[in-house]
Design a protein around this ligand. Structure first.
Ligand SMILES: C[S@@+](CC[C@H](N)C(=O)[O-])C[C@H]1O[C@@H](n2cnc3c(N)ncnc32)[C@H](O)[C@@H]1O
Length: 200
């Protein structure tokens, strides 16, 4: 099957710099620290988009970069992104329309509000890290605290614990507090910053 992408939109996927053209400067200024580089998004999406129409969730999707790159690469899968900041999701939706992608959906919520039964596989780029002191923040629109960092990690751990054997997870820059013991690393790259897990 051909990707759903509009033919004139393929140019945005040539490089991170081209992808940045989808967004205003206030968003691209955050890219280096906060949005997944395209080669990593593609590698992660290829690992997660297995089986027949898998539902892949990006936990904390920001402006949608992982989801959009995955949706372009894997038309057999449906990508979902959950994001607590409404402002970022508006940029994700605009980018989605510019690209003409249909197999991607964005949800404005805290991930704790989602029913994880709806999703098969997961991508996680250290979404809770900005709660820690001394880390780069996206903005000052939310409260940060170490308590929240640990609370979210424990919450995600519990949700992943309930997933069946065979569930796939990709983590980028994770401190791994959120990963249950029965998830096994099957590949690790980018100096161990990018890890591919399958639940036993
Ligand atoms: C490091 S950025 C990664 C963005 C995107 N996954 C990517 O790879 O380009 C983490 C995002 O997670 C979001 N986030 C953090 N905690 C969240 C929560 N509890 N629920 C939903 N989104 C959250 C942040 O607002 C931020 O946009």
């Amino acid at each position: 099957m051909q990707p759903f992408i509009r033919t004139d939109a393929a140019r945005f996927f040539h490089s991170d710099a081209h992808f940045n053209d989808l967004y205003p400067t206030e968003i691209t200024d955050l890219a280096r620290r906060h949005w997944t580089p395209l080669p990593i998004a593609r590698k992660a999406a290829a690992f997660l988009a297995v089986g027949s129409n898998p539902h892949v969730l990006d936990i904390g999707c920001g402006v949608g970069k992982f989801c959009l790159a995955g949706a372009q690469l894997s038309p057999n899968a449906t990508f979902y992104g959950v994001e607590q900041r409404k402002r970022l999701l508006r940029h994700a939706e605009n980018a989605k329309s510019s690209l003409g992608l249909e197999n991607v959906h964005f949800i404005n919520a805290n991930f704790t509000q989602l029913d994880f039964k709806q999703f098969d596989h997961f991508y996680f780029y250290n979404a809770f890290y900005e709660n820690l002191d001394g880390t780069d923040k996206i903005d000052d629109s939310i409260d940060y605290s170490a308590e929240l960092f640990h609370y979210y990690n424990r919450y995600l751990h519990r949700l992943l614990d309930q997933k069946p054997s065979g569930t796939r997870l990709v983590t980028y820059h994770s401190l791994e507090e959120e990963i249950p013991r029965d998830f096994e690393v099957v590949e690790s790259t980018y100096s161990n910053l990018l890890k591919f897990w399958i639940k036993l």
